[in-house]
Design a binder for this molecule. Sequence first.
Ligand SMILES: Nc1ncnc2c1ncn2[C@@H]1O[C@H](COP(=O)(O)OP(=O)(O)OP(=O)(O)O)[C@@H](O)[C@H]1O
Ligand SMILES: [Mg+2]
Length: 400
Amino acid sequence: MSGTNIFRTARGENKIFRDEAVLLPDYLPGELPGREREVKELVYCLQPASEGKQPEHALLYGPPGTGKTTCARYVLKQLSEYSSRPLPIYINCWETPSRFSILSEIANALGEMLPRRGIAADEILVRVFEIAKKDGRIPIVVLDEADRLEASDDGAQILYDLCRAGELHSLFTAVIAITNDEEFHARLDARVRSSFVQHAYKFAPYSVPQLKEILQQRAQKAFFEGALDSEVVPLCAAVAVKRGGEHALGRNSPDSSSRTSGPLVGTPTSRPPAAAGGDARVAFALLRAAGKAAERENASRVEVAHVRATQEEALATSGSKVERKLPALDELDKKIVAAVKDAGDKGIESGKLYASLKRLSGDRALRQRVDRLEKTGILETESVQSGQGRSRLIKIKTQI
Ligand SMILES: Nc1ncnc2c1ncn2[C@@H]1O[C@H](COP(=O)(O)OP(=O)(O)OP(=O)(O)O)[C@@H](O)[C@H]1O
Ligand SMILES: [Mg+2]
């Protein structure tokens, strides 16, 4: 054996990645190609907070990987660099789904701890709002994956609390609610819905040219010069868009993939067709997987063949909301999802599902769980004829 450390040798040979971390999903880019208009709208909503005035609430909705979370994080970062009046608070409702836990997060952001027990939620609300008023800053609360609020008994109440805080408690605050669910706003309490109606922005899936631009910009940071064949980025963009199109076609006829940001008109009563188009998260996963493959075989650049060789696996692990959200579910939810998954594409009838899980919980509780998992976009159900009556067929929801 020679004296050179094997790890040093491996590191020294890396000719591919300059900075692989910029391809990871949590990386916050300095620019958002294709989302200039959405960023501008959010700036318009939040600008008043920097002047000590009431900002506007906003709802961002659209399919996965369309840049909703990134836009909100980007605007909040810029806002807090610009002014110290607004207090940005980011909450992922998968992790923090109840009224109490969200109020606790807001209190924490204000530097206070809430007692865990012994106070009614309404009293806590008043307390948190008093703290906020005394603090003099304007909480800008991002409620990401806001449809998850419907899964806890009083979760949706927090939207009412925050949207009416100005009117009922003289507290300036803004809510930016984010969801994949196009019908989310239609299910909201009318008073909450009216808070979002002026500023509801639909994030359409990206087109191939848009994804190419997004990837190209990030690739310059991620890869060494000359380490990427010029066909790689276009291929990743095309595969991501094709995949989005397949999902949309599997569920519904594809939309025109038009970019229709703007105020909502009326209240949709049926689910609009899923739009065909690209998920940027998937495109980045393809690019990163190809880069890793090239690095592993010690190639001097990433070629189209690397994308082809890794695309199935990258697609399988990056796309599904179910897989990404599974860690946030509790044990019973996970068991339900696993049982439905085991049944495969054809789904499982509710009676059969409840029977298989009766050791763990009663029918009523299981039914409620299934309802919640459906509302939060993990399962989907349809009514089917079964024996004498009707029953529900439960399936894993494919990409939203
Ligand atoms: N316009 C853009 N410019 C640069 N990067 C982008 C853009 N849009 C999305 N991305 C990148 O794509 C990935 C997915 O974006 P993001 O997480 O914001 O999607 P999302 O709409 O919130 O998806 P989901 O509904 O699944 O939560 C992130 O890594 C993000 O950095
Ligand atoms: Mg998101």
